[in-house]
Design a protein around this ligand. Structure first.
Ligand code: HGY
Ligand code: MN
Ligand code: MN
Length: 424
């Protein structure tokens, strides 16, 4: 059997030296037009028209660059550069294409565009890798439109979940299945990629979405792990009544009950060390009319922690508090998503760390507060992540910003780490 070969040139010139910061930046600028908002942010909700257009743009760039393009049964898209041994499992890298409503230009799409830039740099360096390298653009990482985050990578890592994920509907009753079909029709004949193919390794580049790298003057973060989360939907059923006539004592006011519940939850989640993350991010009231006692409230809980024990203990206490404080209304609690904290190690983590060491950019190890598709890929293979700073740590916000030089530095680390992994 042949052994992996890398041309002599690569021994002296790192492929990362072919990363083109301006090309990478211009692609961000072009992508940001798809769903671009008036103040420079992006609303590119999962499988919306803009999100489907982004897939078509990625396909065009892949083809222009001479790479293969494919899509799977949940509209994750793949850009592939063959290796010498295409029967071997690929090394994969990527991130998500969708954004939050009024989100930023870099959250997610950076990891896809950095992957494409890395592939082009590897091409320019004249390197033939042993394994194929695949860039993936994941569907619905955010869970904003279809309330199940990390969806595309979940279907990839657990293909038996595909059908139930496709059945999830947005608030207008449109299902993921409907929109995947629309993506397929819009893109036209596209090779179909199978879900569940176990890669040799997975890397993901992402903006940090927090303030640490910038504050410490680092250009690159070698990610050591990701905290876990539990996410719930709470529904409180009360009774509509006339605001002018219904006596206070006999009311079943769902909003007042929600107010008591959220107060109790804030107490439960209080943490002097500021490690717990607790958010009520969506809140809906019915009938939402000035002179009517609210009959129903629905809200979400996003609770995160790096320690699984804390997730279990505080998370399991939510139900009891809810029933106690919602009275005389009736409350139901549904856990819609749960992720255990993870620690990166092994070959993928080492490849990122060694690539960062081999370049001149200041770097540090960093733990991720935000969730990423890497959490699902971690269940399949050796996994690592690369962070770059974002201005003032602002993310999930239209003001999100990152510098061309920092974005390029992260793409360089990705590029060298991919060549190492794909050469094994
Ligand atoms: O919410 C998160 O951490 C990620 O953006 N899904
Ligand atoms: Mn993201
Ligand atoms: Mn996000």
């Amino acid at each position: 059997m042949d052994s992996p070969t890398i041309p002599a040139q690569a021994a002296t010139v790192r492929p990362s030296s072919f990363v083109d910061a301006d090309r990478l930046w211009q692609r961000h600028v072009a992508m940001a037009k798809l769903g671009g908002t008036a103040v420079g942010g992006v609303t590119r909700l999962a499988l919306s028209t803009e999100d489907i257009e982004a897939r078509a743009l990625l396909r065009d760039w892949a083809w222009e660059s001479g790479f293969e393009f494919a899509m799977d049964d949940i509209a994750n898209v793949y850009i592939r550069r063959p290796g010498r041994r295409n029967d071997l499992p690929p090394v994969m890298t990527g991130s998500h294409i969708d954004s939050q409503p009024k989100g930023g230009r870099f959250d997610g799409i950076y990891g896809v565009l950095a992957g494409l830039e890395a592939l082009q740099a590897i091409d320019a360096a004249g390197i033939e890798t042993w394994r194929p390298i695949e860039i993936v653009g994941w569907t619905n990482e955010e869970g904003a439109r279809f309330e199940h985050s990390l969806m595309g990578s979940k279907a990839y890592a657990f293909p038996d979940r595909l059908e139930s994920l496709l059945d999830i509907k947005d608030r207008d009753g449109i299902s993921v299945r409907d929109e995947v079909l629309r993506a397929r029709q819009t893109l036209g004949p596209t090779p179909r990629r199978a879900l569940g193919v176990v890669p040799d390794a997975y890397l993901e580049a992402h903006i940090e979405q927090g303030p640490i790298l910038e504050a410490r003057g680092k250009r690159v973060g070698v990610v050591t792990g990701i905290q876990g989360w539990r996410r719930f939907v709470v529904r409180i059923e009360g009774e509509a009544a006339h605001a002018g006539t219904a006596p206070q004592a006999s009311r079943k006011d769902a909003l007042m009950a929600a107010n008591r519940v959220i107060g109790a939850l804030s107490h439960l989640m209080a943490d002097p060390d500021d490690i717990v993350r607790f958010t009520v991010g969506r809140f809906n009231v019915l009938p939402n009319s000035l002179a009517v006692v609210p009959s129903q409230v629905e809200f979400t809980i996003d609770f995160r922690h790096p320690d699984e024990r804390a997730l279990v203990e505080r998370g399991d206490a939510i139900a009891g508090l809810l029933h106690e404080h919602a009275q005389p209304c009736v409350a139901t609690l549904t856990e819609i998503s749960r992720e255990t904290p993870i620690r990166f190690d092994g070959d993928a983590f080492a490849a990122v760390r060694d690539a960062a060491r081999g370049l001149d950019h200041p770097f540090m190890e960093i733990y991720s507060g935000a969730g990423h598709d890497a959490q699902n890929m971690f269940k399949l293979c050796s996994t690592g992540m690369i962070f770059v700073p974002c201005e003032r740590g602002i993310s999930h916000n239209e003001a999100e910003n990152a510098s061309p030089a920092d974005l390029a530095a992260g793409a360089q680390v990705l590029c060298d780490a991919l060549v190492t992994l794909a050469g094994r």
